[in-house]
Structure formats: structure tokens, C-alpha cells
Design a protein around this ligand. Structure first.
Ligand code: PEP
Ligand code: MG
Length: 587
């Protein structure tokens, strides 16, 4: 979307990484190479196969060189991205399919590779889960690299240029982002991408402001254009007029001042004025996010999403690979705990020999714990890996999308089997590992009292709970105003779940996005939440409000808003309370 104010052009995209930057645009040529498919004679087949192998080898060499360069400049923490790309290059399907096309269809190597890419893309595009779907772009990036080698086109490195600038690109791979020198590249804006794309996640963890999903920003911007990026609001302004420029300069200074002030809270306890403590933790998908959680004062990881390890690849990570990944997160977060969620994918795409992908309604289909219980060996492999990681620090495990007691009992039985297998092999793990569940279905809310008897903790996943309670697809941008966290049905559910947990003597956590919204804190405190887990940068903002609240007042406020008939009444009441009583708003 684009609007104009004087000569300025304002673009509205998706805020992927917060922060304001003002600078100069540099348009990066990340355009796709143009491939012409051509027929070949049978005697040309060996030469085409050899050309493909050479380009593949060169791509691997380039990636190894890039890996060394990144390791030297940034350390080892982000190298998983390059490793993922190397794994894709090593994938036997990529090679066999391409050679198959060259030999059977008698087409040139680039045409064959492009056809293989199409097959991979169809596979990824069929995935309902946005997060997993976007992993298809890793395959595209890797294939692009091989194609460029075949066609002799070198891709410009983002580090090739001097100065400080905002990169404007059609799309950027995480490897592109990892190459950049933070002293030179102050922001990113792209045509493609969503909030959960690798690029967005890596920008957030490097704390470089970014706006993605702008659709056609590359055709509207030229090298050297003055540009403002507001990564929180998802806004990009080209050629700002003087008034806008001054306004953003003030906003930027204020944003930076506020971030610095907030970081001062890092070591202060997350407690109310009347001494009530709440645990504030970070959500993470990668080990690379741990430093940011620590920097923002997180007291552990309240939700470690394990899906990342399973995506963008055709093989399933084995126990050893999973164990190494989980153990590394646990070691880096120690002495704080890490709550690891078992696999929450929306289909069977990454499980070989199963063909369950044509679901009419995948959000209500074979996902999360349902898939794990349907594939017990896959599940037990993951459980053994998590248990082994528990020997390196405090680990808790929890199951997503629970809708009834039967699922918990079945999951616990498999956990017990996994434990026994480790005992038999004398492999150490924490015998007392705590077991929890996500509360994210309306049925789990309604039987929270029954579920609470079965587990050590609850973690409320409001992202899904709101979607399923209000019957609003969480990914549908056309329904976004109906997706209301403060809907009375949601608030009543939260109250009921917190009461059921406490009646059974177990803690209740929230790890959905709602937990990181500072203005909601008084309600969550008032309802009795013991722990909130959120994206790292929200931790100090939530802590600041928490440290100004009293538990008693918050309980009164929660009781009051629970009687309001609409979300907008709750919202405006909260807004006034926060601005008048706590004298700050975090809009
Ligand atoms: C949730 O549903 O609130 C949640 C935290 O899980 P996810 O966003 O991974 O579905
Ligand atoms: Mg969920």
C-alpha cells in the first residue's frame, strides 16, 4: 500500500524488526536469474550432468568461504543458516531429480534444475503453516546460487559498498543479512516476506530495523534516495519532506532514549510495588536469540519452538542433531530454565512415507500433538533428545494443541518409554523433568480443571486460543480487526484457566503474543498469571509496567474489565488506566 504526503511516498508493509532508521537507500540486485530451457541431444547429456555437478561444487565452495567469513566477523552463533543451505545442496533429491530431468527429458542443466525447484516449491507452497511455508525460500536461494554459477553471474555482496545505508531488495536471504556489517547496513526493506520469515527473525535477533512484505518497494526506490524505516509500525517513507524528517528524527531519538532507559531495568526484579513477582521470559526459535533474551533481562525461555529444526529440508533431524541443538540452547541460557515445546507442525510434510498432506482444513487437522501421537517413533526421538538436553541445565517439556486428557496420557506414556530407553542405555537426564501443556483450544479451557491434574504447568497459547475461540483465522489479514485478544470470551477463558491451574496447585504461564503487550499486563497480573514469555525486546517494556502496578489494584481492574461487553471498551478503559495511573503508554 502506498500513500503520498507532499513529495514523500509512504509505504505500508509488515514491521519485522522494531526501530527507526533514517538514511540512504541502496537497491540490491537480488533479481532472479533468467533461465532458458533448451532441448539437448543424447550425446550432450554427460556434459550437462557434469556442468550441473561443477556448479553445485562451486556453490558449496562459496558457502564454505562465506561461512568462514561470517565466523570470523560474527562468531559461530548464526552459522546454522549457512549449514541449512549446505544441507540443501547435499540433498540427494535435488541432485537425483535434476539429473533425472536432464537424462529423461533431455533438457539443459539449468532448465532441469529450474524444474526441480518448481517441484520443491509446489511442495512448500502446499504447506498451510506460514512459518513452514516460508522455508521454501531457502531452497530457492540455494538453487539461485547454483544457477548463477552455471550462467557465470556473480551476485553482488551486500558488503561490497561503502557508507551507511538501508538495503532495499526484492527479497533477502538470511545469509545475505548475516554478511552485513552492522556499521554499514542500518536497515532492511523488502518486497517479499512475512513476520515469521527467516529474514525477519534474523533481523530481530541482530536488532536491525526491518520492514518486509512491501510488495513493490524495489520499483519505487532508487539508489541514494533518502529513506526512513519505522520497523515497529511497518512504515517506509521515501523522500521525506522537512517536517516528516524532523518528526522522525525526534521519534528516533525518543525511541533510542526509551530503549536505553528500558535496558536499565534489566537487572531489576520483575515485581509489583507490593512485592509480587512474575517470571518474564523470552520466546525463541533459534539459539541465536538467547543473547538478546539475556540482554533484555529474560529469566529463561518460556517457549522454545522446535519446528525450526525440522523445516526447509527433506530429511528429519535425528536424535543426535536434535540433542545437540537443544543442549546448546540449554547451556547458553543456564542457569535459567528452557521450556521446550515438542513439534508443532501443521502437517506431515517432513515425515517420510506418510501422505497426509491433502487436508481440507489444516488448522483443524493433523497438527502438533496429534501428529506426534500418530508417529510415535518420531515423537520418542524428539523426547529422548529433549531429555538428554535436560542433563545440561534446567529443562521443562510441553505439548502443543492439547484438546483432551487422553492426549496427555498418551504423550506421557511415550515420554516414560523414552526415559526407560535412556535409563537402559545409562544416558543421563533429569528424572524430575516438569511436564506441561499448551492451552490453546476451547476444549482445553473448558476442561482445564481435569487437565491440571495431569501436568506440572500450563502455558496459554493465545495466538491459537483466540483463533479457535473466535473462529478467526490468525493468518487472514482481512479479518485482523476481528482478531481481538480482549474479547470477553478470551478474557473469561484466561480467568477460568488461571483459576483451574491454581486450584490444582500448578503455575500458569502465557506464551502467546498477548503476553508481550505491555498494556495488557495489568489484566494478566490481575488474573493471576505466574509467568509471561514473549519476544525479547518486549521484556523490559512489560517489566516497566509491572513494576508500577500493585497486585491488589490489578485484581480489581481484571474483575472490572471482565464485566465489559466488548473488547473495545476493555481496550479504551485499559488505555486510560495505563496513561493516568501508570503515566506511560507503549503504543
Ligand atoms: C500460540 O498459539 O499462542 C503459541 C504460542 O504457539 P504458536 O504461535 O507457535 O502456534
Ligand atoms: Mg499455537
Amino acid at each position: 500500500m502506498v500513500s503520498e504526503k507532499s513529495n514523500s511516498k509512504i509505504f505500508h508493509g509488515i514491521g519485522a524488526s522494531p526501530g527507526i532508521v533514517i538514511g540512504e537507500a541502496r537497491v540490491a540486485d537480488r533479481s532472479r536469474v533468467v533461465v532458458v530451457e533448451a532441448s539437448i541431444a543424447p550425446e550432450e547429456i554427460p556434459a550437462e550432468v557434469a556442468r550441473f555437478h561443477t556448479a553445485l561444487r562451486k556453490a558449496k565452495e562459496d558457502l564454505h568461504a562465506l561461512k568462514e567469513q561470517i565466523a570470523a566477523t560474527r562468531g559461530n552463533e548464526h552459522l546454522y543458516v549457512i549449514d541449512t543451505h549446505l544441507m540443501i545442496l547435499d540433498d540427494s533429491m535435488l541432485t537425483s531429480e535434476t539429473i533425472g530431468f536432464i537424462e529423461q527429458e533431455r533438457i539443459n542443466a539449468e532448465g532441469a534444475l529450474k524444474r526441480t525447484l518448481r517441484k520443491f516449491k509446489e511442495f512448500f507452497e502446499g504447506i498451510e503453516d506460514e512459518y513452514l511455508r516460508e522455508r521454501g525460500s531457502d531452497v530457492e536461494t540455494v538453487v539461485e546460487r547454483v544457477l548463477r554459477n552455471m550462467l557465470g553471474k556473480r551476485q553482488e555482496l551486500l558488503t561490497d559498498r561503502d557508507g551507511r545505508f538501508v538495503i532495499v531488495a526484492h527479497d533477502l536471504s538470511p545469509a545475505d543479512i548475516l554478511q552485513v556489517d552492522k556499521d554499514k547496513v542500518i536497515g532492511f526493506v523488502t518486497d517479499l516476506g512475512g513476520k515469521t520469515s527467516h529474514t525477519a527473525i534474523v533481523s530481530r535477533s541482530l536488532e536491525i530495523p526491518a520492514v518486509v512484505g512491501l510488495e513493490r518497494i524495489t520499483s519505487e526506490v532508487s539508489d541514494g534516495d533518502p529513506i526512513i524505516v519505522d520497523g515497529a509500525k511497518g512504515l517506509v517513507i521515501i523522500d521525506p519532506d522537512e517536517e516528516t524528517f524532523r518528526d522522525y528524527l525526534r521519534q528516533k531519538q525518543y525511541f533510542e532514549y526509551r530503549e536505553r532507559e528500558l535496558l536499565k531495568l534489566k537487572d531489576l526484579p520483575a515485581e509489583t510495588v507490593d512485592g509480587h513477582r512474575i517470571l518474564l521470559k523470552g520466546n525463541a526459535e533459534f539459539v541465536e536469540e538467547v543473547p538478546s533474551i539475556r540482554k533484555h533481562g529474560g529469566e529463561g525461555i518460556g517457549l522454545y519452538r522446535t519446528e525450526m529444526l525440522f523445516i526447509g529440508r527433506t530429511t528429519i533431524p535425528d536424535e543426535e542433531e536434535q540433542y545437540r541443538a537443544y543442549a546448546e540452547v540449554v547451556r547458553q541460557m543456564a542457569p535459567y530454565p528452557v521450556t521446550i515445546r515438542t513439534l508443532d507442525v501443521g502437517g506431515d510434510k517432513f515425515v517420510e512415507n506418510l501422505n497426509l498432506d491433502d487436508e481440507l482444513n489444516p488448522a483443524l487437522g493433523l497438527r502438533a500433538i496429534r501428529l506426534s501421537l500418530r508417529c510415535p517413533e518420531l515423537f520418542k526421538t524428539q523426547l529422548r533428545a529433549i531429555l538428554r538436553a535436560s542433563a545440561h541445565g534446567k529443562v521443562k517439556v510441553f505439548f502443543p494443541m492439547i484438546s483432551g486428557v487422553g492426549e496427555i496420557r498418551a504423550a506421557k506414556a511415550l515420554l516414560e518409554e523414552a526415559k526407560q530407553e535412556l535409563r537402559n542405555a545409562s544416558v543421563p537426564f533429569d528424572e524430575g523433568i516438569e511436564i506441561g501443556i499448551m492451552i490453546e483450544t476451547p476444549s482445553a479451557v473448558l476442561i482445564a480443571d481435569l487437565l491440571a491434574r495431569e501436568v506440572d504447568f500450563f502455558s496459554v497459547g493465545t495466538n491459537d486460543l483466540i483463533q479457535y475461540s473466535l473462529a478467526i483465522d490468525r493468518t487472514n489479514e482481512h479479518l485482523s480487526e476481528l482478531y481481538e485478544p480482549l474479547h470477553p470470551a478470551v478474557l473469561r477463558s484466561l480467568k477460568y484457566v488461571a483459576e483451574a491451574a491454581h486450584a490444582a496447585g500448578i503455575p500458569v504461564c502465557m506464551c502467546g503474543e498477548m503476553a508481550g503487550e505491555p498494556n495488557y499486563l495489568p489484566i494478566l497480573l490481575g488474573l493471576g498469571f505466574d509467568e509471561l514469555s514473549m519476544n525479547a525486546v518486549s521484556i523490559p517494556k512489560v517489566k516497566k509496567i509491572l513494576r508500577r502496578c500493585s497486585r491488589g489494584d490489578a485484581a480489581g481492574l481484571a474483575a472490572q474489565v471482565l464485566s465489559f461487553p466488548t473488547a473495545s471498551e476493555v481496550e479504551s478503559y485499559l488505555q486510560t488506566q495505563i496513561t493516568t495511573r501508570l503515566s506511560e503508554s507503549f503504543d
